[in-house]
Ligand binder design. Structure first.
Ligand SMILES: Cc1cc2nc3c(=O)[nH]c(=O)nc-3n(C[C@H](O)[C@H](O)[C@H](O)COP(=O)(O)OP(=O)(O)OC[C@H]3O[C@@H](n4cnc5c(N)ncnc54)[C@H](O)[C@@H]3O)c2cc1C
Length: 290
């Protein structure tokens, strides 16, 4: 099926893009990698009057470490992040997630910002950003604001983004002590969306106890979920197998999976329990080596 007709605009600057969004509001849609939006247009689930292609805007795809943060531009592509030594060093959970997203074609085109803005509850990036305590920078013609990843997702395909805003950057705080992280994804076959995904980020204090644990869950609720009870139980605890097993149980108890073609709700809860436990153990190994 062909998409309905639309006006195509390809601004050369962020300011120009934001001005177009300010003028058209709900009638306009940003186009990043097109890997989710183009299928939606073709299926006629979306029919924006104006499509604002972000592809010609310079400076939105950078990856840099500055001021105690890893900063990733919204237009950074999945494959770019999979190959980035800086991401591997500063955010192992992101480095583990990137090569597990979709297939090579999608990874070459899809962007971090597009994925987060699309807010598919089965999307992988949202859980990583929740686990890593990321801050999302949202820009409009009126200014900038920063929203924690934990508050960005509002429900199925729903976020804190206003129609006149663009997500421009993700900021992941650098850990102060030894740290590790990972992303575990169960998929029916390579390239599939997650049956269940678990992102884990772990930071140790000087005495080897857990200073901070971040856990994000994919495809087990209406949005990427934070496993808050598990995180709270881990904070200040010794990083033992018992503590990790209890965190797995708490995360499984707090998620909201639905039974579908990928598995029953009970099965998915079990996978969450196992993956949280395994993810924490893997993150601890990485932290102790760092
Ligand atoms: C076959 C296939 C398999 C896939 N498998 C997976 C998978 O396993 N895991 C996974 O996580 N994803 C998967 N995806 C989705 C993929 O990751 C997309 O790249 C991603 O969801 C959207 O990114 P995009 O850059 O293509 O955004 P687009 O499709 O261009 O845009 C998506 C939405 O975000 C909005 N948008 C885009 N950029 C911005 C911005 N900077 N600010 C504000 N709004 C913006 C658009 O207006 C649109 O509403 C898959 C997609 C396909 C086609």
């Amino acid at each position: 099926m062909y998409p309905p007709p639309f006006d195509y605009q390809a601004p050369d600057s962020l300011e120009e893009a934001l001005a177009i969004l300010a003028e058209h509001g709900y009638e306009a849609k940003a186009l990043a990698g097109g890997q989710s939006l183009i299928p939606l247009l073709k299926l006629r689930f979306a029919a924006p009057a104006v499509l604002v292609d972000l592809g010609r805007i310079p400076g939105l795809d950078g990856v840099e470490a500055a001021d105690g943060e890893l900063r990733i531009g919204a237009l950074a592509r999945h494959n770019q992040l999979a190959a980035s030594p800086l991401v591997a060093e500063r955010c192992p959970a992101a480095s583990a997630a990137a090569p597990q997203i979709a297939d090579p074609l999608v990874r070459n085109l899809g962007t971090l910002g597009g994925s987060l803005a699309h807010a598919d509850p089965a999307g992988d990036w949202g859980s990583v950003m929740i686990a890593c305590g990321a801050q999302l920078v949202l820009a409009s013609a009126g200014g900038r604001r920063t929203v924690p990843a934990t508050e960005f997702f509002r429900g199925v395909f729903d976020t804190a983004l206003e129609p006149t805003e663009l997500l421009t950057e993700v900021r992941i705080p650098s850990p102060r002590g030894p740290a590790g992280g990972t992303y575990l994804k169960l998929e029916r076959k390579v390239g599939d969306f997650a049956t269940v995904g678990v992102a884990v980020s772990l930071e140790l204090d000087g005495a080897g106890r857990i200073a901070r644990a971040g856990i994000g869950l994919t495809a087990v609720g209406p949005q990427n979920l934070r496993a808050a009870a598990a995180e709270e139980a881990l904070a200040g605890a010794e990083p033992t197998a018992e503590a990790f097993a209890e965190a797995g149980r708490l995360a499984a108890g707090g998620c909201e999976p639905a039974s579908d073609v990928r598995g029953s709700a009970e099965y998915k809860r079990h996978v969450v329990e196992v993956y949280v436990r395994r993810g924490l153990a893997r993150a601890l190994e990485i932290a102790r080596r760092s």
